[in-house]
Design a protein around this ligand. Structure first.
Ligand code: LLP
Length: 419
């Protein structure tokens, strides 16, 4: 046996076990004999019908994640889905129909939420660089704004005296996630440092606003409770000092960031956050949450077809999806499990799964242990429901991908392939 072979086989069997465990939890992706099924439909059938590459989503996975959140955090506060994770209109309609509001960061996202029948009073408008037009649009529609700077507060006060606002605080806490998606330290552009916050609340009051919410979002794909614990302690200290100064703050927006398992470990334990908040937050204080990834991340699978193989120093498997369709591996060195849609009975070999885009960063993963796929085989890139399609582009003149939702065992085309 060649050195390394046994390791790869071990890794592959571990990976399959992990995938099976994960799928048992989410009841979405699972092998039936050698065919990979999403919600009991063979992914190969969907690829044949809609072509590749294609994003396929499971409605039941989304419902399961929303239900999990409702049963934990929903019992102590209100949920707002971060639209940026995936703004497909059909998915928004599904999520809002379950009673969740929207966290938005642009006029386009606000409009998308309204179009998907999210009531205006359940929408929050966040973001560090809102334009005057966007602020006016939000205020005209009665949408709550989380302000991120003193100058933004002044701009809001000029547009609408008496508006209720939140002020985003930067608590100076490292969320211990990829540095591109860490937002709560003094190195990050977001929010107002906690030490400067009392002055910002005072400024808002003096300008005629009603700053009734402390808001915060410390980062994304957070896997442990610790950063939330630290940040909560600072926010509650701030709350006490504001109350002492006669500034009545009634709500706390904890933000999103709840990480999911991308093939190993577990999803963020929302129940632990619930317990922490139940214990520490004063009675009567309203809580808000803004999860994105947790709701849609597991639901999505990117199905791609093998175009060519090249075996020299490395084994390259060239597929028809590229970094323009899913940028997470290239941008954040993110790991997404990659599985054959039809399992072959052969020894696994380490494969580099790469796309057609003219950049060496266009690589979904290296050394993926799998039996060498044949030309025309399909591969599934897992857990791509969040920040997949929504971050895609037409780089290299490539069309935007179609999206298919599996609902009650039936595939529905929810976005056509772009031109
Ligand atoms: N609230 C605010 C103010 C945010 O900026 C974000 C995400 C969220 C909520 C939702 O965070 P989530 O629950 O989805 O972690 N493109 C990156 C993630 C960027 C997140 C940006 N802000 C990725 O693919 O990992």
């Amino acid at each position: 046996m060649q050195p390394g072979r046994a390791d790869h086989r071990l890794v592959q069997s571990q990976m399959c076990r992990i995938v099976l465990e994960r799928t048992r939890m989410n009841n979405d992706l699972i092998y039936q004999s050698s065919d990979l099924m999403l919600d009991r439909l063979p992914l190969a059938t969907i690829a044949r019908k809609y072509g590749t590459p294609v994003y396929v989503y499971s409605a039941s996975s989304i419902r399961g994640q929303v239900t999990r959140l409702m049963q934990s955090l929903g019992t102590i506060g209100s949920l707002r889905y971060a639209v940026k994770a995936n703004g497909n209109p059909a998915l928004l309609a599904l999520i809002f129909s379950m009673g969740i509001g929207a966290d938005t960061v642009s006029r386009g996202e606000i409009q998308a939420a309204l179009d998907a029948r999210c009531p205006a009073d359940r929408i929050v408008f966040s973001g560090v660089g809102k334009t005057p037009d966007e602020l006016a649009f939000a205020l005209d529609h009665g949408i709550f704004i989380n302000a991120e700077s003193e100058e933004e507060l002044t701009a809001i006060a000029r547009l609408r005296a008496g508006a209720h606002v939140g002020i985003r605080i930067n608590p100076g806490v490292d969320a211990r996630t990829h540095h591109y998606i860490t937002t709560g330290t003094e190195e990050n552009k977001f929010g107002i440092p906690v030490d400067a916050a009392p002055d910002a609340f005072r400024l808002a009051m003096d300008a005629g606003l009603v700053p009734d919410t402390i808001s915060c979002h410390i980062g994304s794909q957070i896997t442990s409770l610790e950063p939330y614990r630290k940040s909560l302690a600072r926010l509650l200290e701030l709350h006490d000092s504001l109350m002492g100064d006669g500034i009545p703050v009634s709500s706390l927006d904890i933000g999103g960031g709840f990480g999911i398992n991308y093939g190993e470990g577990a999803d963020f334990a929302v129940e632990d956050l619930q317990a922490l908040l139940r214990r520490d937050v004063p009675q009567g204080m309203k809580l808000w949450f803004e999860p994105g990834r947790y709701i849609v991340g597991h639901a999505g699978t990117l199905v791609t077809r093998v175009l060519y193989r090249k075996r020299y120093a490395r084994t390259f498997v060239i597929v028809d999806a590229g970094m323009n369709d899913l940028i997470r591996p290239a941008l954040y060195q993110a790991h997404h499990a990659i599985l054959p849609v039809t399992r072959r009975d052969a020894e696994p070999t380490p494969c580099d799964i790469v796309g057609p885009v003219c950049e060496s960063a266009d690589c979904f993963d290296r050394d993926v242990p799998m039996p060498l796929p044949e030309q025309g085989d399909l591969l599934a890139i897992c857990d791509t429901g969040a920040y997949g399609w929504s971050m895609s582009s037409t780089y290299n003149g490539r069309p935007l991908l179609p999206e298919v939702l599996i609902e009650d065992g039936e595939p529905v085309l929810i976005r056509e392939r772009g031109l």
